[in-house]
Design a protein around this ligand. Structure first.
Ligand code: FAD
Length: 507
């Protein structure tokens, strides 16, 4: 659906009439995704004049939803926040006074394996489906991952290789499937695509911060609240307006050139600060007055190969996925967390967000969302395998009670992650005053929207450092408060052993 929307956006660029008007701002934000909205809100709170330019007719990017027959069908996220009410996003929303409520998961997860679903309140609950031998290896792996320092030569090692060196993978199939399904659901990556250091850092953070949560009202609710906040502070959000070029002089950013898609007019905005929420590939394109088209990215990336490796002239490696929204007459997942799928061919995990917020679907119905990594170039086959998985998971209940609402692929310029976990790029480009935020600049260990929120903290720290330097030079030095959030106590991790972790119980 969104791929089509993007292609349409690209196709409507010709026949431009140019008007020469220039408006001045303190900061211009490219893209009204979560990263753009959070950055704008933070800058507005600091008294800056801010404009957000968004090419689609709505804000929120991949973190919002459309109402489809009474169901909140999301543009990306499965209405879930990875570290729940204790996480970086929730912390930032509280700091901004954005009303929101998160329903923290009441379980570590459930695991579909051996043809049935095992509910696991805490980490130790995995013993139920692993059995004694694999569980012993699980404990040993846990100690290696969390209690010992990872040797330097193992840090960049792909996690599947590291696992192979620790256990006999043939004799521990469910243990390997446990790691694979979590990586596919949470990171949209196969185990060979993520480094051991990144898996360990991300898991440690998850244990310290807490369980994932479903957003009350769905992810569109947070977007709506952020939009309102921007308006309260007199910030401008220009929808259906596309940035065509980032303007610069002598390696300093000076503003952007935009096109209003409704009127076809172009204008220039000036600002000493431009924050881009659209990832490095599209940002670098705009610096060269070049627009990146979804169709071209897909053609280039998937033309000949089946390996999904970046090509030589395009070294941005995104995470790709396929998501299905399902409406069911009956409940199929009995908790507020994630059901990981260990005995499927494609689907890695599913959630039933209506267990937390029933208003996400019509009365008496349940919304289920499945997610998987796209593993081949053949999208039709990926869809067929997903359908087969749904029948494996739910048997005849699937055909009797479920209706598929949407089934969409997320890749190219509308991916699951603009840059794969652990491969993120630095937030500062060579052009002074130009910064990146969003899911291409996630700090290590912070996944999805937690990474987006932490990227905004990172950007704010860089700005504060500049102000601090100027203050020192002018003799008005004062202490700067750091924005990047530090993880909570290590002791929180212990709670995971027997029950859903520290943040649960608050909701
Ligand atoms: C299938 C799927 C499932 C996911 N599940 C989860 C989940 O459960 N939990 C979670 O935390 N995260 C999840 N994510 C990831 C999450 O959605 C993203 O990390 C997050 O929304 C990214 O926000 P962003 O602001 O970085 O980018 P985006 O949301 O992509 O925002 C960028 C915006 O810039 C606009 N834009 C692009 N080019 C231009 C231009 N030239 N001019 C003006 N505007 C432009 C775009 O239209 C877009 O609105 C999921 C993603 C997908 C796709």
């Amino acid at each position: 659906m969104y791929e089509q929307a993007l292609t349409h956006v690209e196709a409507t660029h010709e026949n431009v009439s140019t008007e020469h008007t220039t408006k001045h701002f303190d900061a211009i934000i490219i893209g009204a995704g979560l990263g753009g909205l959070l950055s704008a809100a933070q800058l507005l709170q600091r008294g800056k004049r801010v404009v957000i330019v968004e090419r689609l007719p709505h804000s929120g990017g991949r973190f919002t939803a459309k109402n489809f027959h009474g169901v909140q069908v999301s543009t990306g996220a499965v209405h879930m926040v990875p570290f729940g009410s204790s996480g970086v996003l929730s912390h930032m929303l509280r700091r901004l006074n954005v009303p929101h409520h998160l329903y923290d998961a009441d379980v570590f997860g459930s695991f579909h394996v051996h043809g049935r679903q095992y509910r696991s309140r805490g980490l130790l609950g995995v013993a139920k489906f692993l059995g004694p031998e694999q569980f012993a290896h699980f404990i040993r792996l846990g100690c290696r991952m969390f209690l010992k320092k990872l040797p330097d030569q193992q840090r960049q090692m792909p996690f599947d290789l590291w696992l192979e060196r620790q256990i006999d993978v043939k004799r521990n199939p469910q243990l390997v499937a446990f790691f694979a399904s979590i990586s596919r659901f949470a990171l949209s990556l196969e185990l060979h695509q993520v480094s051991t250091a990144e898996v360990i850092r991300t898991t440690k953070n998850m244990f310290r911060y807490g369980a994932p949560a479903i957003v009350q009202g769905g992810c569109g609710e947070i977007t709506k609240q952020l939009e309102q906040l921007v308006q309260i502070y007199n910030g401008e959000i220009l929808l259906s307006c596309e940035v065509l070029e980032i303007l610069q002089e002598q390696d300093k950013v000076t503003g952007v050139r935009i096109k209003n898609k409704a009127t076809g007019t172009e204008e220039s905005f000036q600002a000493p600060l431009v924050v881009s929420d659209i990832g490095p590939r599209a940002t670098l394109g705009l610096l060269e007055n070049r627009r990146i088209r979804q169709a071209e990215v897909l053609k280039q990336k998937y033309a000949e190969d089946h390996s999904f490796k970046a090509t030589a002239n395009d070294d941005v490696q995104e995470a790709v996925g396929l998501k299905i929204h399902i409406l069911s007459d009956i409940s199929l997942i009995p908790h507020k967390g994630i059901m990981y799928c260990l005995d499927t061919r494609r689907i890695a995990g599913m959630v039933q967000p209506t267990n937390s917020d029933p208003t996400l679907a019509p009365d008496g119905k349940h919304l289920l969302i499945s997610h998987q990594v796209i593993q081949s170039n053949n999208v039709e086959e990926e869809r067929a395998l997903a359908l087969a998985d749904l029948r494996t998971l739910f048997g005849t209940d699937f055909d009797r009670h479920c209706q598929i609402l949407t089934m969409g692929t997320y890749r190219g310029e509308w991916p699951v992650n603009r840059v794969a976990q652990g491969e993120d790029v630095p937030p500062q480009l060579e052009v002074q005053g130009l910064y990146l935020v969003g899911d291409a600049v996630k700090p290590s260990g912070y996944l999805m929207v937690e990474g987006v929120a932490q990227s905004v903290n990172n950007f704010l720290d860089l700005l504060d450092d500049l102000d601090h330097k100027q203050a020192i030079a002018s003799g008005t030095d004062r202490r700067v408060r750091r924005n990047v959030m530090q993880p909570p106590s290590r002791l929180n991790a212990l709670l995971w052993l027997w029950k859903a972790p520290g943040n649960s119980g608050k909701s």
